[in-house]
Design a binder for this molecule. Structure first.
Ligand code: ATP
Length: 234
C-alpha cells in the first residue's frame, strides 16, 4: 500500500534521505525510529506530497506521488504531532468540517459514531475544541481519519506529549484501524510504543534505514540495544 523505492532527498549539501526502500502492507503498523534529523519526517512528507524527492519513487496504492499527487493524497489520512483544529468549533463541527474538506458528508449520528469509535466521550462532542486536552484533540484526528476511510494512515510523533493512559488509548485506536485494513506508517521516538503497537520497526540514521525488525521477534531490551548501536555507529 505504501512503497518507497530508492527514495532520496537532498537539501543542498544535506542528504535528508538516502536510497530508502520501504514497504507497508494493509494491516501493518510500521514504526520508524531514529534520532532528530534522521529523515523520518522527510519520508512522511514525500508520501504526503509536501516534499518532492530528489530521486527514487514513493507509491501509495501503486500511485506514484509525484505523477499523481491528488489521487495519492486522497488515499492517505495524516495525523501530525498536534492535530490542527478550530478552537471555537466543537469536536463534532470540526469533524464535519474536515470530512467535508475531503469531499465527504456524513449525517450527525454517523459523525458521533466516528468520534465514539475514536474513543471521545459523548459529553465532549458538543464542547469547543479550545476546552479539549491534547489527548482529546488527537482523538478528533483519529475520528477524521476514520471518517475519511483512508487506505493509508501516516503519523508523525502522534503520542508525543500525551500522558501514558492517553498514549495507550491512542495506540489502541491505531491498532483497530490496522485491523480494519489500513496500512500505517508512524514516526516516533517512543521505543516502548513502537514495540507494543508496531508490527514492523525500522531504525533510521542520517537518512538511511539501517535496521528493520518484526516487532514480535524483538524484546524491548534488545530493541533498545539495537537503537543505541545504530546511534553509535558511523
Ligand atoms: P525529528 O525527530 O527531529 O522530527 P526527523 O527524523 O523527522 O527528525 P527530518 O525532519 O526528516 O528528520 O530531517 C532530515 C534532515 O533534513 C535534517 O538534517 C534536517 O535538518 C534536514 N531538513 C529537513 N527539512 C529541511 C528543509 N526544508 N531545508 C533544509 N534542510 C532540511
Amino acid at each position: 500500500m505504501l512503497e518507497a523505492s530508492g527514495l532520496s532527498k537532498s537539501y543542498g549539501e544535506v542528504q535528508a534521505l538516502r536510497q530508502l526502500d520501504l514497504r507497508v502492507d494493509p494491516g501493518e503498523i510500521y514504526c520508524l525510529l531514529g534520532a532528530n534529523g534522521a529523515g523520518k519526517t522527510t519520508t512522511l512528507n514525500i508520501f504526503l506530497g509536501f516534499v518532492a524527492p530528489t530521486a527514487g519513487t514513493a507509491r501509495v496504492d501503486s500511485i506514484d506521488v509525484v505523477n499523481d499527487p491528488i489521487a495519492a493524497r486522497r488515499r492517505i489520512a495524516y495525523i501530525p504531532e498536534t492535530v490542527t483544529l478550530y478552537g471555537a468549533l466543537t469536536g463534532l463541527e470540526n469533524l464535519d468540517y474536515f470530512a467535508r474538506l475531503s469531499g465527504q458528508r456524513h449525517a450527525t449520528e454517523a459523525l458521533r459514531g466516528f468520534l465514539a469509535q475514536a474513543g471521545l466521550a459523548a459529553s465532549a462532542h458538543e464542547r469547543p475544541l479550545g476546552t479539549y486536552s491534547k489527548g482529546m484533540r488527537q482523538k478528533v484526528g483519529i475520528a477524521i481519519a476514520i471518517a475519511r476511510d483512508a487506505a493509508a494512515l501516516l503519523l508523525d510523533e502522534p503520542t508525543s506529549g500525551l500522558d501514558p493512559k492517553a498514549s495507550n488509548e491512542f495506540s489502541e485506536q491505531i491498532a483497530a484501524m490496522a485491523e480494519r485494513g489500513a496500512a500505517i506508517l508512524m514516526a516516533t521516538h517512543d521505543l516502548f510504543r513502537a514495540r507494543e503497537t508496531g508490527t514492523r520497526i525500522g531504525i533510521m540514521r542520517d537518512g538511511e534505514l539501517r535496521r528493520e525488525f518484526n516487532a514480535r521477534d524483538i524484546g524491548h531490551r534488545e530493541l533498545e540495544d539495537e537503537y543505541l548501536k545504530t546511534m553509535q555507529e558511523g
